[in-house]
Design a protein around this ligand. Sequence first.
Ligand code: IMP
Ligand code: MG
Length: 172
Amino acid sequence: MDKNIKTLINQTDIRNVIKGLGTTISYDYRNKDLNVVCLLEGSLVFTANLLLQIKIPVNLYSIKVTSYEGKTSSGKLSYNVKDLDFCKDKDILLIDDILDSGLTLSTVVSEMEQAGAHSVRTCVLLNKQVNRSVNIVPDYKAFDIDNEFVIGYGMDYNGLYRNLPYIGVLKG
Ligand code: IMP
Ligand code: MG
């Protein structure tokens, strides 16, 4: 499957940066209860690998959210979880694969705050350099990338390529 894919970020770089991120998060949350929320399916691989680099106790939750159809955002967010009650009084670290338009993270952050979260911070594998309509800056990020469609390390194109162990761009 790899011959149509250009490597954007290789496995070694991903591993090293995630290790550093895990160290930073462990330090920042050393005096708090850390509640990690994984946005499925895109951030599953990133969350799993980040968790292994966090050296303090962690509670893990997941929410399924979709906004993309093919290579473009549908602009609408769909959830399968109506109930964010678990957030009440908790310090939440919300993990996503990419910060693109900002719709996903800004919506979920504000709903978690409405659900009574004590704090909500965001952590993304990739921060896309785009002009966002929504004003959101991730609290933690692994990499900045240009505005191009990427696959691998959990990210898909129409459901495929999530199992690619590096981050790539489809050629052509
Ligand atoms: P936003 O709501 O526009 O910020 O989009 C964020 C979501 O869109 C991410 O959680 C990804 O699932 C998906 N997404 C955005 N850009 C890409 C991409 O380049 N490849 C794969 N998925 C993407
Ligand atoms: Mg996603």
